[in-house]
Design a protein around this ligand. Structure first.
Ligand code: 48H
Length: 262
């Protein structure tokens, strides 16, 4: 079988990429919401916001999205959610089954769940900058007003051969979805503007409801979601069960929408 691909030269392919990237980047230099971290909570927040018509940009330091959602527990490609979070798996059209010995505990294939969530977030219209790491925050009049970013690779270059200045993006709100590191919150803590408690020990039955409950604006302009909430408030951890991550992402989006209305 012979297939004839459309003609395109090397330079045309390069221009297609550069021009489209530049146009999109330019649109998001000033935007409504920037989410730092493309794990389950950040993706969920991005999907909800974009599907409600909010301009949203997700900054992810890895070359892949999904964070800890890809692996589930202990490299076994299975993750769990506890009721009522299976409703989110239904929304995402992720197949799952109830664990036969525990009512309300559901098991899904991690790679299937993660790829569906990524696809839903992109389909909703959220834009992604990957291989891009948070370097700092933009702070105007004691309100987080954007982020300072650099290519992830820059941090692994020896300082003596490359000093690459980062660039800044402005936004009405920033969401810290960076997981256990709570990287955005830590930028404010480094300056003595707030204090975090560090993550608590494992206690699944106490952890998930608390994460969702505490998902909120932690500092003017900065909403915290997912494991960043645990690290910020010193809440117990929950191990490889992801319902709270998804529900916290949804709540972060609701909080953002309320703030954007003000
Ligand atoms: C750009 C960054 C930066 C940065 C980090 O870890 P994640 O999956 O986070 P959550 O909160 O959405 O989900 C947590 C979950 O995966 C988990 O670990 C659970 C439930 N643990 C329970 C337990 O007891 O251990 O995703 C965070 C994302 C990752 O993709 C990072 O690469 C990214 O944020 N990220 N991106 N700039 N400075 N720091």
């Amino acid at each position: 079988m012979t297939i004839e691909f459309s003609p395109a030269s090397e330079s045309q392919i390069t221009r297609a990429i550069v021009e489209e990237f530049a146009k999109e980047f330019d649109n998001y230099v000033e935007t409504e919401v920037i989410i730092v971290g493309g794990g389950p909570s950040g993706l969920m927040a991005g999907k909800e916001l974009a599907s409600r018509g909010v301009e949203v940009l997700i900054i992810e330091r890895n070359n892949y999205l999904g964070g800890g959602f890809w692996l589930g527990g202990f490299l076994m490609n299975k993750l769990t959610v506890r009721s009522p979070a299976e409703k989110i798996l239904d929304e995402l059209d992720v197949p799952y089954k109830e664990y036969s010995k525990v009512e309300g505990l559901y098991v899904a294939d991690a790679s299937h769940a993660c790829s569906k969530l990524i696809a839903a977030t992109c389909d909703a219209g959220a834009k992604i900058l990957n291989m891009t790491a948070l370097d700092d925050v933009v702070l105007h009049n004691e309100k987080v007003s954007g982020v300072v970013i650099n290519w992830t690779a820059v941090s692994s270059l020896p300082k003596e051969i490359a000093c690459v200045d980062p660039v800044s993006l402005e936004s009405k709100l920033v969401i810290d979805a960076t997981g256990h590191d709570a990287t955005v919150v830590k930028k404010l803590e480094e300056r003595g503007l707030l204090e975090t408690k560090g993550q608590g020990a494992m206690w699944v039955e106490r952890s998930e409801n608390l994460v969702v409950e505490r998902t909120s604006e932690f500092y003017p302009g900065l909403i915290v979601t997912g494991m960043a909430v645990s690290a910020t408030y010193g809440l117990p951890r929950m191990g490889p069960t992801f319902g709270a991550m998804l529900m916290s992402g949804k709540k972060a989006a609701e909080v953002a929408i309320e703030k954007l209305k003000l």
